[in-house]
Structure formats: C-alpha cells, structure tokens
Design a protein around this ligand. Sequence first.
Ligand code: ADP
Ligand code: NA
Length: 335
Amino acid sequence: DAVKRIFSGIQPTGIPHLGNYLGAIESWVRLQDEHDSVLYSIVDLHSITVPQDPTILRQSILDMTAALLACGINPEKSILFQQSQVSEHTQLSWILTCMVRLPRLQHLHQWKVNAKVQSPLQLFFPSLGTMGLLTYPVLQASDILLYKSTHVPVGEDQVQHMELVQDLAQSFNKKYGEFFPVPKCILTSMKKVKSLRDPSAKMSKSDPDKLATVRITDSPEEIVQKFRKALTDFTSEVTYEPASRGGVSNLVAIHAAVAGLPVEEVVRRSAGMDTARYKLVVADAVIEKFAPIKSEIEKLKMNKDHLEKVLQVGSAKAKELAYPVCQEVKKLVGF
Ligand code: ADP
Ligand code: NA
C-alpha cells in the first residue's frame, strides 16, 4: 500500500539509549528523507500515566527535542511536535474510549507488563492503578488516526497496540462510514538491542542496572566501562550465534548496526580477536557514532528559546492537520 502519511511518537522521559537510537530514531531519520508527510510527536500526555515531577517533565521535553534534532530529525523534512499542544489528541481519544470495552484493554500484554512494573497487585485489581495506564493505548490510537496516518514505524512490542488501532479504525468506519485509513506497521529490521548485562532482556531506560544501558549522552569513559562489563561467555572467539551466545552476538549486532555493516562482515573482521579486546572495539565504534550527536545535544541545550520555538512551530503545523479531521469526526459523531 502507498505510504501517504507516517506517524510515530516517543515519550520525553529519559535520555534515548542505544536501543531507542538503533531501533527507532535512526529509522525515523531515514523515513523523513524518503517520504513527504511524516509526523514525529513527543508524547508528553503519555508520560503522565506514571507520576512525573512537573519541573523535570518540562525539562525532559526540551531535552528530548534536543536529542531528536541532534540525531538528525529535521523539522524541514518532518513535523516534530509536542502532543499536549494539539488538544485534538485528547478530544479524539475520548470519542474512541467510548468505542472500546474494558476487557479489550485489560488483555493487552503491555498493560500487564506496565502494571507489574508499578505494582503486581494491579494485575488483579486494576483499580489500584490509574485509568491512564490502562487506557493509554486508546490515546495512542488517537495520535495515529488524528492525522489519518497510513503507516506507523513501531517496535515488535507495539504490534499488539497497532492491532487495537486497526480495530478502532475499522469500528469507527463501520459505525460512521469510511473515514480512517487502517494504518499499517513499518517494523524496523533491527532485532532488539539487548541489555549489556543480561542478553535475555532488551536494553531499556528503566533497567535498574546502570551498566546495562548505553545512553547517547554517555561520556567515552562511561561507554568503555559499560562494554568492558558486558556479559559474555567462556569462549573467547567472536561469533554471531544469538541462540547460544546471546552476549557476544549482541555486541556483534550493535557493532554491525553502528558501523553500517552486515553481521558476517563484522565477524570476519574480528577473526583472531578475543572477546575482551572485541568489547573495546565495539565501545570505540559506539563512541565514534555518538560523539557528534553528543556535542550537538550540548550545543542545542544552551539555546532553550530555539528548542521551544521548534516545538511551537511544529505543533502549529500538526494542529493545522489535526483540526479539520477532528471537526469532521465530531460532525460524524453528531456534535
Ligand atoms: P524503553 O523500553 O527503554 O522505555 P521505549 O518503550 O520508550 O523504550 O521505546 C521507544 C522506542 O524505542 C520504541 O519504538 C521501541 O520499540 C524502541 N526500543 C526500545 N528499546 C529498544 C531496544 N532495546 N532495541 C530496539 N529498539 C528499542
Ligand atoms: Na520528508
């Protein structure tokens, strides 16, 4: 199907890590070059599903803006905006909330994961958690449908939520007549980047083990230290065997991704090297990749007015697209 409009969002909380960069942000940069109508949202409404400190949240929104710009998101090529500045997101969200039943949300795998992170008791007593934690996938659906998006770049973990978006588009169309395109996933080819400390888990910003996650703003010393402490095994050779050698294979996958080389080529080049030395080679490749991004972030963060302006201009552009769609939806619903 023709790609008419692409939408994707990222929460402002936390500095992006290697997994976010390779699994999402890098493909966002590519997509904005390849397509005409691309929207990227800093989804601040989503971040308050868990408690946030207002001062820190405000700062995180600007930090994420700086990080995305530094990674190559270009407001001339895509619309970069702040979700909460476009009030139509919450308006559509209410309308779609009235079209979904409670069990549909309770059965979403990600809800179970998120609820468990907050408190395991929530699994059995959803009323212990906030309604936001349960219903945010409906807000996600609104984010996407509000722009009549046709394609959404997502990680594997979000595929189930995309099914909800597709179901909601179809139910709306069935009830009110053909209106929303049923959006499709664009899956990034990259397998999940794994935790450096536990290759059976994905790298995540919420990992309590500080050595497991490499952030794009880490200093070269921190990056070296994290790779040095990366979990490998008793075989010293560098090979790519994800099933039996998760740790080393993760290093190879990271190396291949940041160097822009096939996995086989990376393995070939490291013939005769032991994993202890190889860790430093991978660390160097990551340092080299992130150095220009890191210094650009530092530069951008000194100009708060500029960052605010970027979001204002982007949000005004998004609003221009969202407003007429929301008006039409309201008319269809009977308002
Ligand atoms: P986290 O799990 O660290 O909180 P998010 O859920 O905010 O990350 O993910 C933001 C984007 O980054 C999503 O598109 C997600 O699929 C991608 N992503 C997150 N972690 C990884 C990873 N370890 N490897 C690849 N992509 C990832
Ligand atoms: Na573009």
